[in-house]
Design a protein around this ligand. Structure first.
Ligand code: FNR
Length: 353
């Protein structure tokens, strides 16, 4: 029996297999509203057979968007727009998940196909926030350091977003604590130079993330899981590292996080990352082993046998697939075929299977 096609149960929720479609920004929404593109994009990957389909980094507030075209979940119109999408994903047998996000100092930029750089005032740039008034890179927006009221708003926005995610029909929320966005900016000493309770020591740098998780758990049902995506390392001297990731995982587990989705990088521009097949898997393995918490492995996992081996060696519980699922929404069906596992086709497609 292929491990990749064993169900995965957390709390009262079961994924039909261990394949999750990783959150991927589409930069294609107007006013934060998902539309037909998002329905077809996410829906195709649900019909493709994944166990969970995670909607892209979805902003908890307008200023928390990466680009003006990000999806959002800060108002009721957005809840209504997500509802048919989550219903469709679920009707295909996949778990609909959403990544809740705030971009912090990396907000207010162009879509990648327009270069991805910071917007100018004429182009509609908005004021960004962060732990400290330090830009991401030369020429990027200098964020305003969040004050006490600003911090309370961020926490309240994540809490309200989780409540709305539930109303929208999502069964899984993932907190975006990775890739150099706001929560990661607080974690890393390279972007967090605060001298108050939210900067300096490990406890202080992790405080905002821990408070966000606790706030989400206040409104998110006991029976449904919360995942946390982190960057296990900044790949930079003096930055956030794997040991801190393990300790953070231990702590958020006690706050009701059910799985760590283990990515890396994104905080420091121009760093050298040793890219290669499964290059982030060792971090998922270390966190799973040392913090005793389920993990998802992600990053250059493109082959069925590779995914199966990661599960077999105990490095992770879930395999998140991003770009390979853009190339092939039916990756799970291909993987099942290659691993000799059975997978149900949508009834409408059965004549082709
Ligand atoms: C991403 N990635 C990403 N990560 C994340 O946490 N939130 C997001 O919204 C996005 N958006 C996004 C868009 C697109 C088009 C791509 C290709 C990637 C990163 C993604 O989830 C994944 O971690 C990486 O792509 C590495 O996995 P793969 O692509 O090698 O399977």
């Amino acid at each position: 029996m292929a491990r990749l096609f064993e169900p995965f149960t957390q709390r009262d929720l079961t994924l039909r297999n261990r394949i999750a479609v990783a959150p991927m920004c589409q930069y294609s929404a107007v006013d934060g509203l998902p539309d037909h593109w998002h329905l077809v994009h996410l829906g195709s990957r649900a019909t493709g057979g994944a166990g969970a389909v995670l909607a892209e980094a979805t902003a908890v507030s307008p200023e928390g968007r990466i680009s003006a075209q990000d999806t959002g979940i800060w108002n009721d119109a957005q809840v209504a727009a997500w509802q048919p999408i989550t219903a469709f994903i679920e009707a295909q047998g996949a778990v609909p998940g959403v990544q809740l996000a705030h971009a912090g100092r990396k907000a207010s930029v162009h879509q990648p196909w327009r270069g991805g750089g910071p917007l100018t005032a004429v182009e509609g740039a908005w004021a960004t926030v962060g732990p400290s008034a330090l830009p991401f890179d030369d020429g990027w927006h200098v964020p305003q350091a969040l004050d006490e009221a600003g911090l309370r708003k961020v926490i309240a926005d994540f809490r309200a977003a989780a409540q709305r995610a539930l109303d929208a029909g999502f069964k899984l929320v993932e907190v975006h604590g990775a890739h150099g966005y706001l929560l990661h900016q607080f974690l890393s000493p390279l972007s967090n130079h605060r001298t108050d309770n939210y900067g300096g020591s490990f406890d202080n740098r992790t405080r905002l993330l821990r408070e966000v998780v606790a706030a989400i758990r206040e409104v998110w049902p006991e029976g449904l899981p919360v995942w946390l995506r982190i960057s296990a390392t900044d790949w930079a001297e003096g930055g956030w590292n794997a040991e801190e990731s393990v300790e953070l995982a231990r702590q958020v587990k006690l706050l009701g996080v059910d799985l760590i989705d283990v990515s890396s990088g994104g905080l420091v521009p121009h760093v050298k990352i040793p890219l290669g097949p499964g290059y982030q898997v060792p971090f998922a393995a270390q966190i799973r082993r040392e913090a005793d918490i389920p993990t998802s492995a992600v990053g250059l996992i493109t082959e069925a046998a590779q995914a199966e081996a990661i599960l077999a060696e105990g490095a992770a519980d879930v395999i998140s697939i991003a770009r390979e699922s853009l190339r092939d929404p039916y990756f799970p069906r291909r993987a099942a075929h290659e691993l000799g596992a059975s997978i149900q086709a949508p009834v409408q497609y059965q004549r082709a299977w």
